[in-house]
Structures are given as structure tokens and as C-alpha cells.
Design a protein around this ligand. Structure first.
Ligand code: SF4
Length: 745
């Protein structure tokens, strides 16, 4: 007999509702949940294979410990004892900075990861904190931090109400949105066009999104900042700057921005961007004159040499065209959980030891992780804990990082698989699968195009011999603080919950402000772990009941009674309340970004790039380096190809289906060529997240699935200096037929 369970899909930012059919503990069918208040039944190919992912035989169910070079199965007790002995020794010998932590992107798709990793970072007491954010999104956090005072206040396109959406460097028909949560974005974009709106895509490739746009501008990679700067000068020159009434008095620096960008005219940037000056002027006029319009930029803009400046300019244009914080423009969501009032954002509170790259949002750019490991000296990283991360594939200069990981004195991976990264670990701790844990989204609710909240209870009980992921992380936290296993996890959990309760009653902006911490903690009853923390945050949040103060407010019981989620309404204007700058205003001319403009100005006179530059691409059937181990997703297709324009392929003597050797300053790969006019001349495109066929990797499907790791080509030293984020787009490469390898050397 089968049963049905409802759960939020954890596989990408769209947070679709899934309807799972289970036979015992096996998922036998997956459908989109038609009653989900946000996704309304949408399901993509990845979500449809949620059951296969859960049943993947390569998933680890017990820890592994390295013994005589091999990773052998071990008990949880032995695994934690091994970690404690070696971590304590490392801390005692080399200090706290000697142990780094890397958090992968799946952490933000799990309640355990969202709330469990923070205590571990604090317990480690290291500044060597790295996450997947600095692979591709840190520039947006930094630009929003300096503009709005809060790096998490990221405005998102109000796609369901806009009349003009300009997308730069993003392919939401494939990615389903990034830093922009809107399930079934393909339908939402189609509806935008059906109601008479326009979609403009600025991208070096004719992506699936560009192909269906009303206008596609095939810009030269890495030049979006110049184009947006020229949009600003056009707005100023033609007296098109306008602010909505409620923003007047809340924006500083308009004149400074206009003055700082004055020489970035459409004529000046046109030859560099390879976009006609008239096209740029028309775009500025259309943005200014359309009642409800919005500009959105993503990976193709953030992973460039000017990632932060481009991210800043996206919002500068939204402000100057009157489209920030208005329906149909770029809006700030109001998530259901409480978010503490932050101090005004600052970057560079500390810098990385070797490259001197700035800290932002409490982390260092992962582009410098290799250097921190291989460069001797005080503070050298000699140990690494990875949590749900695969930096050996997803971060720059991966050949060097791969070699560096091998030489660490201690490496611990909290990971369900033996991956390209965890194969180097001394201990692997596998967390249980998504079916065994409750879920409440805390990250993507802050990026969603509608205010929604959705609690998914655990679908299956956890086997007695398995710890929850949060229990693994709390045990590691206690060990990092010096405890010897076995650890009192319940005691540690209560300590963390008490700390949060005390913060919430001391915070006047929380609905719990002024209450008693012991009482609100007691009101959560028998809940433990992240579920208890989430209840505290929801009831203290803007829609919460404040622990009985508002009888109509949200409680966990109300969430449990609403398996398809609760719709909290459309996005509403939030300025000035959302602003956290020291002045309480939008700081449109932040000195950190203006200081980078001379470097951008240098691009106006730089010689045009010669040869080919490499850019990345996203595939509907994969999400970064995850989901490559599902045979049904691959279905024998070759997903990882080097796309080349026919003219470029002809010059290099390669044809569709040929194997070609691709070489950059960092490394070399051999990959199948796909000749297509979807990429503009001078540009080659290679997807990321592939290349699992390495010795020791235990991903049987991904290993055989082919594909190469694009990060073998990305140099580690090349970064956007404002955020320290690696340059992954616009890498200079050479391409030659495999038969000509000898001549390339
Ligand atoms: S779009 Fe994302 S959230 Fe929705 S079903 Fe697909 S993978 Fe899951």
C-alpha cells in the first residue's frame, strides 16, 4: 500500500512543492504538488528524479575512516574519536587559523545546514571560512551591502507584475532562477510576454531564455558593467532619471554616480561591448519610460573581473529609472522568519593571509583557498572541514586545489558521497537524506517573488544508528571547542537554542522583544535541533504570533496544518525599513565601488581580446556538481560539450563531434566540440560541475557520464578585487584538434 507525502524540493532555489508517493520507505513516484501555494504543480526533470536520488546506492550510510591509504567503513564513535584526537592536536600545534571550513551550496537547501553550520564556524574560531557564495554570488552581497547596508537585502525582479525585464548573464529558463526564487520561471516569463511585456536578454550566448526573448543583445563577455554605465549616462543626459515618491529623501549619491560615470557614454563603450551605441540608448529610454521595469543580472555578470561593479550598476539603473522597491520593479521580499537587525555592512574586516583578499559576510574568497593551503608560514591552513561541498570541482584552479587537499594534515567531510573532494578526507561523515529531516526554507524565502512560508515535516523516521546532520555538526562543534566524544548533543543543542531565545527577547524588532527567554523556549515543547530554532524564528518573525501575543500570527502548528504552504501575499515596498546603512539611506555612490571605476575606465582604451574567451553555462538536468549521479538525468546524452561558433571552429580545424584540446593559463582539458551559432564569434562555452572520473570517486554514474571540469581552466589568482570573487567568465583559451596537441605544447 502506498502513501503520499508533501515536501519542498531541495534541489534548487525554486523551492517547488513535491507530491511524493511512497511504498514503505521507497519513493515510487514524484509529481509536482498542484496545491502548493507557490509552485502550483511545477516540476522539472531534476525534481522528478527525487526518488532516484534518495535511493542512490552510492550514498554512504556509515562513516569512512582512512586506514593505510584507503577509506574504510567505521562506526560513528570511531569516526568522532579519530577527528577529536587529530583536530585537538592540530589546534594545539598550529592554532585556530590552521583549520579552515568550506560550506557547499546544498547547505542552504537544508534546515540542518542553514542552522547547524553557524555553531561549527564559531566553535572552530577560524577566519579561514570559505563557502560556495564566493564562487559566484559574493559580488551581489557586497554591492547590496554597500548600497542598502545589508548584504542579504537583495532586491529581486517582481516578474509577475513587470512590463519589461532586462536580464544580463542569466538563463532562468534553464536554471529556474538564481538569487531569485520563482518556481516555474519559464511560465512566468511567457506570461510576462503574453500580457504585452517585453523580455530583453543581454548575453554572449543565445541561451534558451535569450532564444525566446523579444530582444537578444549578444554582448562581449565581461563588459556588462560598461553597458550599464552607459545606460546611466544616457538617463542623465536625456533627463530620464526619476525616483518614486516614497524613495525621495531616502537615496544619497545620485549626483556623484552620474558625475563618476560621465565618460562611460554609449559611443565610448560600444566598441568594447560590441553593442551599438543606439541599442544602449534605446535600452535606457525603454527602461525609463516603461511604467514597471526591472534589470536583473546573475552569474555571467558576477563571475567576471568587474563582478561587484556590475552588480552595483544593476541596482543603480533600477533606482534611477524609478524601479527599485515598487511593484513590477526590483523588490525586497519579507520572509516569515525573524532576521536580526545587522550593523551597517563592512567588507575587509580582515584579509586573507597570502593574497590579502577582503573578508565579506564573515568569509574569505574561496579563490584564495589553494594559496592558504600551499603557502608556508604562520596561519597556514593544514586542516579542512567541508560540509556538503565539492570545491575540488566547483572552485577555480581545481588541479592545484586537488593536489593541495591531498597534502592536508587533517580533512573531514560531512558528505553523503565519496566525491572528488571527500575522496581526500581522513574521515567522511554521511548525513541522512532529505526524506529523514524536516525542512523550512530560510534562505530562498528572502529571495522569493511572493512572500510564502512552507514547512515540510520529515517524511521518514531516522534509523536508530544514524545521527541527524545537525547532531553531526553539533558534535563537531563540541569537539572543536575541545570536548572529547561522546558529546552531550542535547546539552549543546539546548545551549544553542537558549542563546537564540535570549537574542530574540533582547531584540526590539522581533515579535518576542521584551518576553522571557526561558518561557519562549519552554513553549517550543519537545522540539529539538534546527526545528526548535526555526519555531523560535518564525514566531518572532514579522508574521509570527509572538508566542501568544497575536492570535492570528504564525505558529508551527499553523505551518504543520498547511502542508502546501501559506501564501503571505505579494511583495510590498520596504524602504526605508529595510535599509541598514549608517545614514539609513540608499548609498548609491559607495566609495568602495567608486574606487574601482578607474580600473573599469581602463577597459575603454584596452585592446580588444584576441582569440577565444571561455564562458560557463548551466544545464537543466544538473545543478552545479550535484545530481550528476542519476542515470535517468543523463540518459546517454553528452551534456558537457565545448560550444564554438562555426567560424571559430573552422579556423581551428575542428568539427561538430570532434575531440578538442582546450588550454588556458591554469590547465588543459579534452572535450567534445559542439558547433553552434548560439555562441557569438570569439566565445566558447563549457558547462561547470562535470569531471567526476577521478581515482577514488565513488559516483558510479557520474564517473562514467563523461564531461570535464571547467575549473581546471580557471586561474586561481584572477579575481574581482572588490569582492575577491574568482573570474570564471572571460578566460582566455586556445582550442585545437586533439591531433595538433604536440604543436600546442
Ligand atoms: S525547479 Fe528546482 S525546486 Fe523545482 S522541481 Fe526542479 S529542481 Fe526541484
Amino acid at each position: 500500500m502506498t502513501r503520499t507525502a508533501i515536501r519542498t524540493c531541495p534541489l534548487c532555489e525554486a523551492t517547488c512543492g513535491l507530491e511524493l508517493e511512497l511504498d514503505g520507505d521507497r519513493v515510487v513516484a514524484v509529481r509536482g504538488d498542484r496545491d502548493d501555494v507557490f509552485s502550483r504543480g511545477y516540476l522539472c526533470p531534476k525534481g522528478a528524479l527525487f526518488g532516484e536520488l534518495e535511493a542512490d546506492p552510492d550514498r554512504l550510510t556509515a562513516p569512512r575512516i582512512r586506514r593505510e591509504g584507503a577509506l574504510v567503513t567505521a562506526s560513528w564513535e570511531a569516526a568522532f574519536e579519530e577527528i577529536a584526537t587529530r583536530l585537538h592536536r592540530l589546534h594545539a600545534t598550529h592554532g585556530r587559523e590552521a583549520v579552515a571550513i568550506y560550506l557547499g551550496n546544498p547547505n542552504v537547501h537544508s534546515l540542518d545546514g542553514q542552522l547547524g553550520a553557524r555553531p561549527l564556524i564559531k566553535a572552530l574560531g577560524t577566519r579561514n571560512v570559505f563557502t560556495a557564495s564566493s564562487v559566484d554570488q559574493l559580488p551581489k552581497h557586497v554591492s547590496c551591502g554597500v548600497l542598502f547596508g545589508d548584504p542579504l537585502a537583495i532586491p529581486v525582479p517582481d516578474v509577475d507584475r513587470t512590463d519589461l525585464l532586462v536580464i544580463l548573464g542569466a538563463n532562468p529558463r534553464v536554471s529556474n532562477g538564481s538569487l531569485w526564487t520563482a518556481p516555474d520561471l519559464p511560465r512566468r516569463l511567457t506570461e510576462l510576454q503574453r500580457r504585452g511585456g517585453r523580455l530583453v536578454v543581454i548575453d554572449p550566448c543565445r541561451t534558451r531564455t535569450a532564444d525566446r526573448a523579444d530582444q537578444h543583445v549578444a554582448i562581449r563577455p565581461g563588459t556588462d558593467a560598461l553597458l550599464l554605465a552607459a545606460v546611466v549616462t544616457t538617463l542623465a543626459e536625456e533627463d530620464l532619471v526619476r525616483l518614486p515618491d516614497h524613495l525621495a529623501g531616502h537615496v544619497s549619491g545620485i549626483d556623484e554616480v552620474v558625475a563618476a560615470l560621465a565618460d562611460f557614454t554609449p559611443q565610448a563603450v560600444a566598441p568594447v561591448c560590441d553593442v551599438a551605441a543606439g541599442t544602449i540608448r534605446d535600452l535606457a529610454r525603454e527602461l525609463a519610460r516603461t511604467e514597471r521595469a526591472c534589470v536583473y543580472g546573475r552569474l555571467g555578470t558576477t563571475t567576471t573581473r568587474f563582478g561587484t561593479t556590475t552588480s552595483w550598476l544593476v541596482d543603480v539603473v533600477n533606482v534611477l529609472t524609478g524601479n527599485l522597491d515598487v511593484p513590477g520593479g526590483a523588490m525586497f521580499p519579507t520572509p516569515a522568519h525573524h532576521r536580526p537587525v545587522r550593523r551597517p555592512f563592512r567588507t575587509g574586516r580582515w584579509t586573507s593571509r597570502v593574497a590579502g583578499l577582503p573578508e565579506a559576510i564573515g568569509e574569505l574568497p574561496v579563490a584564495t583557498l589553494v594559496a592558504e593551503i600551499v603557502t608556508p608560514g604562520d596561519g597556514q591552513v593544514r586542516g579542512l572541514i567541508t560540509v556538503a561541498g565539492n570545491p575540488a570541482i566547483s572552485t577555480p584552479d581545481s588541479d592545484r586545489l586537488d593536489a593541495a587537499l591531498r597534502d592536508l594534515e587533517l580533512m573531514v567531510s560531512v558528505d553523503p558521497y565519496v566525491t572528488a573532494t571527500s575522496r581526500h578526507a581522513d574521515v567522511i561523515l554521511p548525513p541522512p537524506s532529505a526524506l529523514h529531516r524536516p525542512h523550512l526554507d530560510l534562505v530562498f524565502a528572502g529571495l522569493a517573488v511572493r512572500n510564502v512560508v512552507n514547512l515540510s515535516p520529515a517524511v521518514l523516521p531516522l534509523p536508530d544508528d544514524r545521527p541527524h546532520e545537525w547532531e553531526i555538526l553539533l558534535t563537531l562543534s563540541a569537539i572543536a571547542l575541545g570536548a572529547a566524544p561522546p558529546v552531550d548533543v542535547d546539552g549543546a543543542d539546548t545551549f544553542v537554542a537558549t542563546q537564540l531565545a535570549e537574542q530574540l527577547v533582547a531584540d526590539p524588532t522581533a515579535r518576542t522583544g521584551g518576553l522571557d527567554a526561558t518561557s519562549i523556549l519552554a513553549a517550543t515543547g519537545t522540539r529539538r535541533g534546527p526545528e526548535r530554532l526555526a519555531e523560535l524564528l518564525i514566531r518572532a518573525g514579522p508574521y509570527g504570533d509572538g508566542f501568544g501575543q497575536d492570535l492570528d500570527g504564525l505558529t508551527f502548528e499553523r505551518l504543520e496544518a498547511a502542508p502546501h504552504g501559506i501564501d503571505l501575499g505579494p511583495l510590498t515596498p520596504r524602504i526605508p525599513e529595510v535599509l541598514r546603512t549608517a545614514t539609513g539611506r540608499v548609498e548609491l555612490a559607495p566609495p568602495e565601488v567608486l574606487a574601482d571605476l578607474p580600473r573599469l575606465r581602463g577597459e575603454l582604451t584596452a585592446a580588444p581580446p584576441e582569440g577565444l574567451v571561455l564562458i560557463g553555462r548551466r544545464h537543466l538536468r544538473t545543478n552545479n556538481s550535484w545530481s550528476h549521479n542519476l542515470a535517468a538525468l543523463r540518459r546517454g546524452r553528452e551534456l558537457c560539450t565545448l560550444q564554438l561558433h562555426p567560424d571559430d571552429a573552422a579556423v581551428r580545424g575542428v568539427a561538430d563531434g570532434d575531440l578538442a584540446r582546450v588550454r588556458s593559463a591554469a590547465g588543459e582539458v579534452t572535450v567534445t566540440v559542439e558547433v553552434t551559432d548560439a555562441v557569438r564569434p570569439g566565445v566558447a562555452s563549457l558547462p561547470h560541475g562535470f569531471g567526476h572520473d577521478l581515482d577514488g570517486v565513488e559516483l558510479s554514474v557520474a564517473r562514467e557520464g563523461g564531461g570535464v571540469n571547467s575549473n581546471r581552466l580557471t586561474p586561481h589568482g584572477e579575481v574581482d578585487p572588490v569582492s575577491g570573487t574568482a573570474v570564471l567568465n572571460g578566460i582566455h583559451i586556445e582550442v585545437a584538434p586533439v591531433s595538433e596537441i604536440a604543436q600546442m605544447r
